[in-house]
Design a protein around this ligand. Structure first.
Ligand code: UFG
Length: 337
């Protein structure tokens, strides 16, 4: 069965490509390489022994997406393509709305033309906003997003629910990611942020390798055990396996389902720093700063629905995540450069 991965050369897309190939799927990657490297395609081949078919295209261009569907028998789409930098999205919101919504609409329109009805979407825990109590459950109200990036995720979830309501053959799984970190244990693929990382783990690994001087810890006065923010960190390989289960579910069911992909456990920023130091043997200098605007105190998932519907559960722990993040950083100090 051929599955199209838009944005399949990115951090989560590339790990999903590996797990999809391992599960026996034919993987087709469409990526404009705006925030990824073509080297990823070769690395996927080294890991799996299979080179995925690759199209360097912007999936908001309908003719290019049509060509992919004409040349392949695509039975489902996992849609990763999209801009994801939260602070940038607050500065140039139109860029985020235009790209993230356009790519989704174009892919959905071409799927409709081709009677392709299984769709998996990269949503985010950010859709829970700041009013809900942890653990976040899929039946809680969504909304209250604090940046354009998060708002595009929420808008696309709503678009997919409308499409599923109108087309009885259509199936959408809205995967609400918590905080993906780690890397493939081979150290061949991993997270390669462009410029200064916004997210915690790449900032930690870049500090450990000497690219950054010290880690800024944003907020020490949260109402959490050590005062720092708490997140549900999940190994990207576990997350990738969740997509394999989700596309299978989407091809066998109809309707729209939101499903959390997390571990169900919260770890504080300082707990992550200490776990990383233990796994790597490298001391991370930290500087305590004020809270970062838009951050919530606690975010972690209720994972019952993923277990029930997808028969999926995260396997890796925080120590595994830190070890694999560090292995990737050490083997690729400059990412894919
Ligand atoms: N943090 C630091 N220092 C840093 C970076 C982060 O202390 O240099 C802290 C943050 O303040 C927060 C925690 O580490 O408390 C996690 O921050 P990340 O930026 O790694 O992750 P977020 O939880 O802010 O964001 C993630 C995804 C978003 C998604 C969001 C919603 O990156 O895409 O979860 O849950 F929208």
């Amino acid at each position: 069965m051929s599955i199209l991965l838009t944005g399949g050369a990115g951090f989560i897309g590339s790990h999903t490509a590996v797990e999809m190939i391992n599960a026996g799927y034919d993987v087709i990657i469409a990526d404009d390489l705006s925030n990824s490297s073509e080297k990823v395609i070769d690395r996927i081949e080294i890991i799996t022994g299979v080179k995925p078919k690759f199209y360097k295209v912007d999936v908001s261009v309908k003719e290019d997406v049509r060509r992919i569907f004409e040349e392949n028998n695509i039975e489902g789409v996992i849609h990763f393509a999209g801009y994801k930098c939260v602070p940038e999205s607050t500065k140039v919101p139109l860029k985020y709305y235009r790209n993230n919504i356009d790519t989704t609409l174009t892919v959905l329109e071409v799927m409709e033309e081709n009677d392709c009805n299984a769709f998996v979407f990269s949503s985010s825990a950010t859709v829970y906003g700041d009013k809900n109590q942890v653990p976040f459950r899929e039946d809680m109200p969504t909304g209250g997003t604090t940046n354009a990036y998060g708002s595009t995720k929420l808008m696309i979830e709503n678009i997919l629910k409308d499409v599923a309501a109108a087309n009885s053959k259509f199936s959408a799984v809205l995967l609400r990611y918590f905080n993906p970190i780690g890397a493939h244990p081979s150290g061949l693929i991993g997270e390669a942020p462009d410029g200064i990382p916004n997210n915690l783990m790449p900032y930690i690994t870049q500090t450990a390798i000497g690219i950054r001087e010290c880690l800024n810890v944003f907020g020490t006065d949260y109402n959490t055990p050590d005062g720092t923010g708490v997140r549900d960190f999940i190994h990207v390989v576990d997350l990738a396996k969740g997509h394999v289960a989700a596309i299978k579910y989407a091809t066998e069911h109809t309707g729209a389902e939101a499903i959390n992909l997390g571990t169900g456990n919260g770890s504080s920023v300082l707990e992550v720093v200490h776990a990383f130091e233990k796994a790597s043997g490298v001391k991370i200098p930290v500087v305590f700063k004020d809270r970062r605007p838009g951050d919530v105190e606690y975010s972690y998932a209720c994972v019952d629905k993923a277990e029930r519907l997808l028969n999926w559960k995260a396997q890796y722990d925080l120590n595994d995540m830190c070890r694999d993040s560090w292995n990737w950083q050490e083997k690729n100090p400059k990412g894919y450069e």
